[in-house]
Design a protein around this ligand. Structure first.
Ligand SMILES: [Zn+2]
Length: 628
């Protein structure tokens, strides 16, 4: 039933646009009267990104003009109905935050809003056209009469963009058109089944579109079917009759319908009705200009829900797919802000969907929630972030308690100690928590269950104690190279004194940042590293002591999050580990003891490779071997 978007016709449009450029300005204005728009999905599948966007544009148009948004269920394709699709549609639209003023589930006056309950209305209207000689009965077998429409429909379902390149042949009228009324009536009386065809004008019809401007198909419409043999209407008749009776003023729908719109306008003319304003929005394609893959588009709302995507983030992502009416520099918008800023500034042509932008909006909307005092925002933050993080932490702890070698997020359970108080979930540290979740979120994962365990993995030493064994192993593996263990020990000794001098009452990021900057600028500290570049190595001992070199927040922020007690404890433990490793690496171990000054030099001479060997064996004692 779908018709195809025809490129050749658009060239005609471009010429006309050049002739009347001022029309474009008028098109970009928002109507001053309340508008009525509709979203009319078929329950043959679930809501997905493309259909959500269509619903959103229609919703915004109605809300921005203080008009009404109508929900209509186009369920005339009974063979393809999905049993729970209609129910899921309501749930998904509500989840997204889009409310409607009229629809099948509401007691309102312009219904019924399910097309299957309106068959008598379509029949009446088809018969009206028959009686006026504007339509005729067609007795051709369905194979012939259906060929055109199913072919178009199938191609369109499978590949909208490829199909748009293929011009459709013009259909010659069948012989029924030339039969006398008497002949036709006789055949009908004899019980022969028939469809009703519209008697087309046989000349191109021009339409006005808010996006494409003046538009006409290259070829005139054929005599298309409006009522099928089985009494069901085609889309052409049903959408025209419904939009008229439901007093729809603006129709915003996918560009694949543009090519059919002249047919619809012919029908409006035949009934003597004023057509609504049309806005045909670009098709969503991937960066190869192909129809979106399952992950990118056909993914229904459940997929986003499982990924804990915020409805506001998804709407923000969707609204920018073909609309550019937002003020410059304010891409991040709530639904309310979209309504306030809405105007019909739609883009023409295919819209390339960049999936990486969704995590961006998710992050931005979570940041907004994190700083909001509104209880409903806090509840969203809890359900979309804190709860899944807590669940992931619990899962890791359970794996550890059960003695599994690895926990979700690929955390080796032997590398984490006792659980700490979960300060990372406290309000002051939310941006750090968000960053960790974001890092785990990109690239977009197919597996919704992996995201939060990965974030927990990134933050593991804010949640669990850092075991001495893990510290020792990383140091022996050369994670700090070229900084030698002796240097690490001395740096930590220096640092412990400076950091230890910061009182509990002034233990905050700003103060710690000052202290650390002073440390790395202190000539005594710089000298500990010999010829090494302090800018490259100055913070390494601290990151190792606090996080075993795990990437994460800045060091001073890490210290703030860990708290004074835990920070000083880790510095002290790490100093002892560095001491032990440094001692084991020097010939005649006792010599290293008590002689920190001497230590710097010889330890630095030991090639990093030498550090690695004993550690790999896990037998520090083997280090004594170089006796040779
Ligand atoms: Zn026929």
């Amino acid at each position: 039933m779908l018709d195809l978007y025809e490129k050749a016709s658009l060239d005609v449009y471009d010429i006309r646009k050049r002739l009347w450029p001022n029309k474009r300005q008028a098109r970009l204005q928002m109507p001053s009267k309340p508008c009525r728009t509709r979203f009319a999905p078929s329950p043959t599948g679930y809501l997905h990104l493309g259909s959500l966007r269509t619903a959103l544009f229609n919703y915004l148009f109605a809300r921005a003009t203080c008009g009404q948004f109508v929900l209509r269920i186009e369920d005339t394709d009974q063979k393809r109905l999905v049993p729970d699709a209609e129910q899921r549609l309501y749930e998904d639209l509500r989840w997204a935050g889009l409310s409607w003023d009229e629809g099948p589930d509401l007691e309102t006056s312009n219904g019924p809003y399910r097309q299957s309950e309106r068959l008598h209305i379509y029949k009446e209207h088809a018969e009206l056209l028959l009686s006026q000689g504007k339509a005729y009965k067609c007795f051709c077998p369905p194979e012939t009469s259906k060929q055109n429409e199913t072919a178009a429909s199938e191609t369109s379902e499978q590949n909208e963009t490829a199909a748009s390149e293929t011009p459709q042949p013009i259909r010659e009228p069948c012989s029924c058109r030339f039969m006398t009324p008497r002949e036709l009536d006789d055949r009908a009386r004899n019980g022969e089944q028939f469809a009703i065809r519209f008697l087309s004008a046989r000349r191109p019809v021009w339409i006005e579109d808010l996006v494409y401007g003046s538009f006409s198909c290259q070829h005139p419409s054929d005599d298309f079917i409006i009522l099928k043999r089985d009494g069901f209407p085609t889309y052409h008749l049903a959408n025209v009759v419904d939009d008229r009776l439901m007093k729809i003023t603006h129709v915003i729908r996918g560009a694949e319908w543009l090519i059919s719109t002249p047919k619809h306008v012919e029908l409006y003319n035949a009934f003597g009705w004023q057509p609504p304003q049309f806005a045909h929005i670009g098709l969503l394609v991937d960066r190869h200009r192909q129809k979106l893959s399952k992950r990118e588009n056909s993914a229904n709302m459940a997929w986003y829900q499982q990924h804990h995507i915020l409805p506001s983030a998804l709407l923000n992502f969707a609204v920018l797919l073909g609309w550019h009416g937002h003020p410059e520099g304010s891409e991040v918008m709530s639904l309310r802000e979209m309504v306030e800023n809405f105007s019909p500034k739609f883009s023409k042509g295919d819209i390339i969907v960049a999936p990486y932008k969704l995590p961006h909006f998710q992050h931005q909307h979570l940041l907004r929630l994190a700083s909001s005092k509104d209880p409903s925002d806090q509840a969203l933050f809890e359900t979309h972030l804190l709860s899944p993080v807590k669940a992931a932490i619990a899962a890791v702890q359970t794996a550890k308690d059960d003695g599994s070698p690895t926990a979700p997020g690929d955390i080796p359970t032997g590398e984490i100690g006792q659980q700490l108080p979960l300060r990372i979930l406290d309000e002051p540290f939310r941006t750090d928590l968000l960053r960790a979740v974001r890092d785990a979120w990109e690239p977009l994962s197919d597996d919704p269950s992996s995201r939060f365990p990965l974030a927990v993995s990134h933050l593991r030493y804010f949640i669990w104690e850092l075991p001495e064994t893990k510290l020792e192993a990383t140091l022996r593996e050369g994670a700090l190279a070229p900084v030698a263990p002796g240097m690490v020990r001395d740096a930590l000794a220096f640092l412990s004194v400076k950091v230890g001098a910061v009182k509990e009452s002034s233990w905050n990021g700003d103060k710690l940042s000052q202290v650390l900057k002073a440390v790395v600028a202190d000539p005594k500290y710089v000298r500990l590293f010999g010829d090494l570049d302090i800018r490259q190595v100055g913070y390494k001992p601290m990151r190792w002591a606090l996080l075993a070199m795990q990437k994460g927040p800045s060091i001073f922020h890490t210290m703030e999050m860990l708290g004074r007690e835990e920070t000083l404890k880790r510095l002290s433990v790490a100093k002892a580990v560095a001491e032990k490793v440094a001692a084991s690496m020097v010939d005649g171990a006792p010599a290293a003891d008590g002689a920190p000054a001497a230590d710097g030099a010889p330890a630095a001479d030991v090639a990093p490779a030498a550090d690695v060997a004993p550690a790999a064996d896990g037998a520090p004692a083997a280090d004594g071997a170089p006796a040779a």
